[in-house]
Design a protein. Structure first.
Length: 143
């Protein structure tokens, strides 16, 4: 029985390490996702500001070269926003997958904990039974 409990404890430690590693991955992905979303927000603000500055200067007139430069800058911002949005989607998918893996690992860990508890109970019951048998044998010998 003790060998089973020992093996269960080793497997449980391994499962716990894997769960913690997955938790760290989830936290890392969450931080990366937050950073990407902050970058998207900042670029969106810059793009809107560029568009507002362009629209404000149009009534006064603007050289074609300046207009092209502003539009090229705005297109670059939009392209970076699109690339970051694709990265956002990838991170969300990875985060969902890691969270489901985390739930599965926690379920497995709980199952091993229950198995360990049952093994400990069986070991305690077996020890108590051996003690009762020994006491009974001792009582019989005294008679």
């Amino acid at each position: 029985m003790r060998g089973v409990a020992f093996r269960l404890a080793r497997v449980l430690r391994l499962r716990t390490q894997l769960r913690r590693q997955t938790q760290d991955e989830v936290a890392q992905l969450g931080a990366e996702l937050a950073a990407v979303r902050r970058q998207i927000a900042a670029l969106s603000v810059r793009q809107r500001e560029a568009r507002a500055a362009e629209e404000a200067s149009l009534p006064e007139g603007m050289a074609a070269r300046d207009l092209q430069a502003r539009r090229a800058y705005e297109e670059e911002l939009l392209a970076r926003i699109a690339a970051l949005s694709a990265e956002d989607e990838r991170l969300v998918g990875a985060l969902v997958e890691r969270r489901s893996r985390l739930l599965e690992r926690r379920r497995e860990e709980r199952q091993l904990e229950r198995l360990g508890e049952r093994a400990a109970e069986r070991t305690a019951e077996a020890a108590a039974r051996e003690e009762r048998v020994a006491l009974d044998d001792l009582a019989r010998r005294r008679r």
